[in-house]
Design a protein around this ligand. Structure first.
Ligand SMILES: Cc1cc2nc3c(=O)[nH]c(=O)nc-3n(C[C@H](O)[C@H](O)[C@H](O)COP(=O)(O)OP(=O)(O)OC[C@H]3O[C@@H](n4cnc5c(N)ncnc54)[C@H](O)[C@@H]3O)c2cc1C
Length: 431
């Protein structure tokens, strides 16, 4: 193996992980960040909740040792769909499968901070500097390979949007994310929701307004806690409520109001939630236009650079694919760097990204469409949700797609969906 001089721009969880793994593999790595490690941990909100479901969690463990052994794991998804307005709500369906894997949501700010520190211990060079399109050319010129992981903004504009792989032109949901303390993870929480209690995520869907999810979380200051993600449909009533959020306390008030009005069974637990006093940035509001970019971009001087993480593919978070897919991209890229037989040309970078798209990105984007309720996936969602009500094995297969989304690419016809359901049931019988 020959060493490669590698530059990584952006030290979010994806860039910091790539930097650490490549430095430990013996490559000279420069990691550029517009913030210090402490600022990344303490002065910005988390980019997202970044729950790793099953497979990506296993992959992450092959990259970096477990640092959060005390984090609460989740083992299932307590799901309910209802309809109607306050005072006239109607249950549509409910199911509560165990996952066939475990999931964990670790504060990405903490993960990035810890990985930057380990990167420095491994001999990596951490530069606090905002990289601009102008100086990116010098950086790329001084390195054999430059990876751009500056998130959805930053330098992502260097990579043209791939229109053939990008389905949406506008955000499909308004988002509200916040972490709270005050509620434990024992068998006494969410008891109204069934057997999983404190170990299952609780996922509530409303036919017209959107979705609200709460799951076990490891917060950088509070440790074991809960993350809440609200997804408001653009023409639904929750958009206005999300717009009222200006701080952690108002985020909590809006969350409580949505449960009170739309999912009152969960209110006794939700009312126990408290803001995390040590972290005024424990909340986030916004929207993502799901976007797939080309894997290669060029500096002003024409040098090729590679897109990584959210800079390559930005997902709506409804199916929790962003960090998972970014970390899987890191693992594949590290292997390809080790196995390379040529320079890091534009063609090499494009090949790696196309492979990543085929192996993970495409399926992750399609699973996101399924959970967004895209009409093109109605032929899947209808029978699979109904099947999940009848049989937990089908629910487990549905949420298996969060961990390993690839099977969705085989669902083209009603018969394929029937087979998916039958296979899930057969797997349960065999198990
Ligand atoms: C509400 C929400 C919930 C989510 N839930 C999940 C989930 O459950 N599971 C999951 O897998 N994913 C989830 N995601 C997605 C996940 O959080 C992101 O995919 C992931 O954190 C992106 O990491 P990143 O390192 O690619 O980008 P970022 O975290 O955005 O990091 C980019 C870094 O680059 C820096 N930077 C920017 N410009 C420059 C520059 N010019 N020079 C130097 N540095 C620069 C930024 O400051 C930042 O530190 C969620 C996202 C949201 C919004």
């Amino acid at each position: 193996m020959t060493q490669a001089r590698i530059a990584i721009i952006g030290a979010g969880v994806v860039g910091a992980t790539a930097a650490l793994v490549l430095a430990r593999a013996g490559h000279p790595v420069d990691l550029y960040s517009d913030r210090t490690a402490e600022q990344l941990r303490d002065e910005v909100p988390a980019t997202g909740t970044a729950v790793l479901f099953g497979h990506s969690r296993d992959v992450d463990h092959t990259l970096v040792e477990e640092l959060y052994a005390d984090a609460p794991l989740s083992t299932g998804m307590n799901t309910r769909l209802n309809t109607g307005e306050p005072g006239a709500l109607q249950d549509v369906l409910a199911f509560d499968p165990d996952f066939t894997y475990t999931a964990a949501g670790i504060d990405v700010r903490l993960r990035a901070y810890d990985r930057i520190r380990l990167f420095e211990q491994a001999g990596g060079r951490f530069h606090v500097e905002t990289v601009t399109p102008e100086n990116l050319d010098d950086i790329a010129g001084a390195h054999d390979l430059t990876l751009v992981s500056t998130g959805k903004g930053g330098l992502s504009g260097l990579f043209p949007v791939d229109e053939s792989r990008t389905v949406y032109r506008s955000p499909q949901r308004h988002l509200l994310a916040a972490a709270f303390t005050g509620l434990g993870h024992g068998p006494d929480v969410f008891t109204a929701r069934g057997h999983g209690a404190g170990k299952h995520n609780v996922f509530n869907l409303h036919t017209d307004h959107g979705e609200i999810w709460i799951g076990p979380y490891w917060h950088k200051d509070a440790g074991a806690s809960w993350s809440v993600l609200g997804f408001a449909k653009p023409d639904g009533a929750w958009v206005e409520r999300f717009g009222e959020v200006t701080d952690a306390q108002s985020a909590l008030e809006v969350v409580v109001s949505i449960y009170r009005d739309y999912f009152p069974d969960d209110l006794p637990d939700i009312e126990k939630l408290r803001v995390i006093e040590e972290d005024p940035r424990s909340w986030l509001r916004g929207a993502v236009t799901p976007t797939v970019r080309q894997g290669v971009g060029y500096t002003r001087g024409g040098r090729p650079v590679a897109a990584l993480g959210d800079s390559a593919i930005a997902f709506d978070p409804i199916a929790g694919q962003g960090a998972q897919t970014g970390l899987i991209q890191v693992a594949a890229l590290v292997e390809a760097i080790e196995a390379r037989e040529s320079d890091f040309t534009a063609a090499w970078i494009t090949d790696q990204f196309d492979r990543h798209w085929e192996e993970r990105g495409h399926a992750a984007a399609e699973v996101t469409r399924l959970f967004l309720g895209d009409p093109e996936y109605a032929f899947v969602a209808g029978p699979v949700f109904a099947g999940a009500v009848a049989d937990d094995a089908v629910g487990a297969a549905l949420f298996g797609l969060l961990s390993e989304p690839a099977p969705i690419l085989d669902l083209k016809t009603d018969e394929d969906v029937e087979r998916f359901i039958a296979d899930a049931r057969a797997a349960l019988v065999r198990g």
